[in-house]
Design a protein around this ligand. Structure first.
Ligand SMILES: Nc1ncnc2c1ncn2[C@@H]1O[C@H](COP(=O)(O)OP(=O)(O)OP(=O)(O)O)[C@@H](O)[C@H]1O
Ligand SMILES: [Mg+2]
Length: 266
């Protein structure tokens, strides 16, 4: 019946699912049984202290890391066992804005953005040129094709890296600390870009950040990773009124006694 198709009665489909994922490096346990689904069409923000495993989590989605135990799924496809060739069609659907924007310093801005198109699409030279110009314009970097990355500011580099991440029309964009190291105005430009891409390209997104202003602005849903597992999951309002004091401290940016004792030992 038509009523059954109503969005309110059908849960939104999961684009990415982590099923009891464990990951350690030597003796260090980083992910200790992470089970969660990232919903299609949403922007999910992943919060958590430095060194807690947020980048490690993202790297599992593109196959740069594999779980020791557990599974990672892209829609219904289990992806954690795939080799590079098996991952290729999945990687093409994902744009990754790395934590350190990782432009190729010896290539022009235009060649940086064209790189994934030359590697992974069959577009003609003219179509590539047009797509590069269009994506640079989307991030406010029009006519910068001939510049070298070394001539750009940190914020401009991030925007070029973002133009490259969205060059192939991804259905999912992973942003690892998109605003770190930027002043508040440039950070807000990036936030607005994330929102704009969400609206114009209809992308799903996962945003890793420490920046609470950014988290509240772009996130439909916020999750907090701490001590190897997800300790909070909800809307901005739900996180603001969360009962776990660790969540409250993180949101308020307040050190606890243990953090301060570490300071006194210095
Ligand atoms: N390839 C690796 N080999 C060994 N240890 C690693 C590797 N990648 C990550 N780690 C360790 O795993 C832990 C989590 O790292 P990760 O980069 O995910 O932290 P993060 O939450 O992204 O921190 P930040 O907010 O500072 O970026 C860290 O202690 C890190 O040293
Ligand atoms: Mg990180």
């Amino acid at each position: 019946m038509a009523e059954n198709l109503n969005a309110t009665s059908t849960p939104a489909p999961a684009l990415i699912r982590f099923k009891d994922v464990h990951k350690r490096f030597g003796p260090q346990v980083v992910l200790n049984g992470v089970t969660m689904a990232f919903t299609e069409g949403q922007t999910t923000v992943v919060l958590g202290p430095s060194g807690t495993g947020k980048s490690v989590l993202l790297k599992h989605i593109v196959g740069l890391l594999q779980p020791d135990v557990g599974g990672v799924f892209y829609r219904d496809t289990r992806i954690d066992h795939l080799n590079d060739r098996g991952m290729e069609p999945i990687r093409k659907k994902i744009g990754f804005l790395f934590q350190l924007s990782a432009l190729f310093d010896s290539m022009t801005v235009g060649d940086n953005v064209a790189f994934p198109l030359r590697e992974h699409s069959k577009l003609s030279k003219t179509d590539i040129r047009d797509r590069v110009a269009e994506r640079l314009a989307m991030v406010g970097m029009e006519n910068s094709e001939k510049k070298m990355p070394g001539e750009l500011s940190g914020g401009q580099r991030k925007r070029v890296a973002l133009a490259r991440a969205i060059a192939l029309n991804p259905e999912l964009v992973l942003y690892d600390e998109p605003t770190t190291g930027l002043d508040p105005i440039r950070s807000d430009v990036i936030n607005e870009l994330i929102l704009k891409l969400h609206e114009e390209l209809k992308v799903s997104a996962i945003v890793v950040t420490h920046d609470m202003t950014s988290a509240f602005k772009v996130g439909d849903r916020l999750v907090m990773l701490m001590g190897g597992s997800i300790i909070a999951d909800g809307t901005a309002d739900e996180l603001r009124s969360h009962s776990d004091p660790r969540v409250q401290r993180f949101i308020a940016g307040r050190a606890d006694e243990e953090d301060l004792r570490a300071l006194h030992r210095i």
